[in-house]
Write a protein that binds this ligand. Structure first.
Ligand SMILES: C[S@@+](CC[C@H](N)C(=O)[O-])C[C@H]1O[C@@H](n2cnc3c(N)ncnc32)[C@H](O)[C@@H]1O
Length: 267
C-alpha cells in the first residue's frame, strides 16, 4: 500500500469507525443468524438469483464490516467468503461478527488492488457495493485485480452510486443549494480528487472535523472500459433513479440516474 491517498483513507476510515455511534455493527451477527437476506439491496438479491454459488468461494472488495458478504455467504450456502478492506479496526469487527454468526468468512487487511496472489482464480463472485470505486485513483489496477481473483465463469457484480451524482454538491459544500439539488457544480469529467474533512456521517451520526477522505470521480464510460479491458465480458448495465447513498435522497425517483448495477463475467 504505497499510494498516499490510500494511506490517508485508511486513517480516515479507522478514525470514522472509532467514532461510530448507534452501536454500528453490534446487531449484525444477530441479524445474520435470524434473517435471510439481512443486508444488501433488493436489486442485488435479484441479480444474484440464478448464480450457482452453493459451495463456492465469494469475495468482496472494500467490504467494510463484511455484513453484506456474510449475508450472501449465508443465503447461498457458499463455502467461504473473503473480504478485503483497508481498515484494521473495521475488519476486527467483521471477524467478530463472522465468529458470532458461525459463518466461514475471513477478512484481509490492505489495499484491495494488492490482494495477495493466493486469491487469484478463486472466486465465483466478486461483490462491489455502494461507496467502493470512489476510493480508487485509477480503475484499471482495481479491475485487473478483480479479474485475476475471479475463477473462470465467475461473476463481478457492482451496485454503486451513479457517477452523475458526483457532479452535484453535497450539503457540506458551500455550493449546495437545497432548492436545486441536481445543479451541476463539478465537471462530470473531473480528475482532481475530492479532499473532504467533514467526517463519515453514516458511522459517526454527525459531521466532524476529520482526517481527510480522498475520493475520485469516474465516468460510467471509464468504469465500463476498465471492466472490459480487464478481460471480463459485460453482461448487463442497468441504471436506476433510486438513491442508494442517502446523499441524493431529494432526487429519489425523479428521473435522475442515481445508481446502477453492472454484471460482468470472466469467460
Ligand atoms: C462505504 S464502505 C463500502 C462497503 C459497503 N457498501 C458498506 O457500506 O459498508 C467503503 C469501504 O472501503 C474501504 N476502502 C477504501 N479504500 C480501499 C482500498 N483501496 N482497498 C480496500 N478497501 C478500501 C474503506 O475502509 C471502507 O470500509
Amino acid at each position: 500500500m504505497n499510494d498516499n491517498h490510500t494511506m490517508a483513507n485508511k486513517a480516515a476510515w479507522e478514525e470514522a469507525f472509532d467514532r461510530r455511534v448507534n452501536a454500528f455493527g453490534e446487531d449484525h451477527a444477530a441479524r445474520l443468524l435470524t434473517e435471510d437476506r439481512a443486508f444488501l439491496h433488493p436489486v442485488v438479491w435479484d441479480a444474484l438469483e440464478g448464480m450457482k454459488l452453493q459451495g463456492e468461494s465469494i469475495g468482496q472488495f472494500c467490504c467494510n464490516n463484511g455484513r453484506e458478504l456474510m449475508s450472501v455467504v449465508k443465503h447461498a450456502s457458499a463455502r467461504e467468503g473473503i473480504g478485503f478492506d483497508l481498515a484494521g479496526n473495521i475488519l476486527a469487527q467483521a471477524r467478530g461478527i463472522a465468529a458470532a454468526a458461525a459463518l466461514p468468512c475471513s477478512f484481509i487487511e490492505g489495499d484491495a488492488c494488492q490482494a495477495p496472489e493466493i486469491y487469484h482464480d478463486r472466486f465465483a463472485l466478486v461483490l462491489i457495493t455502494i461507496g467502493a470505486l470512489c476510493w480508487m485513483k485509477e480503475l484499471p489496477p482495481f479491475f485487473d485485480k478483480v479479474a485475476a481473483c475471479l475463477q473462470s465463469g465467475g461473476h463481478l457484480l457492482i451496485h454503486e452510486a451513479h457517477p452523475i451524482t458526483n457532479t452535484f454538491a453535497v450539503p457540506q459544500e458551500e455550493e449546495y443549494d437545497a432548492a436545486e439539488p441536481a445543479r451541476m457544480v463539478h465537471s462530470y469529467f473531473r480528475r482532481d480528487p475530492f479532499v473532504d474533512s467533514y467526517g463519515m456521517g453514516y458511522l459517526a451520526g454527525e459531521t466532524y472535523e476529520s482526517k481527510p477522505f480522498i475520493s475520485f470521480s469516474h465516468t460510467l464510460g471509464s468504469i465500463v472500459t476498465a471492466v472490459a479491458r480487464s478481460g471480463l465480458r459485460i453482461e448487463r448495465l442497468q441504471e436506476y433513479n433510486e438513491d442508494i447513498s442517502g446523499e441524493t435522497q431529494p432526487l429519489d425517483g425523479k428521473g435522475v440516474p442515481l445508481s446502477y448495477l453492472l454484471l460482468a463475467r470472466k469467460v
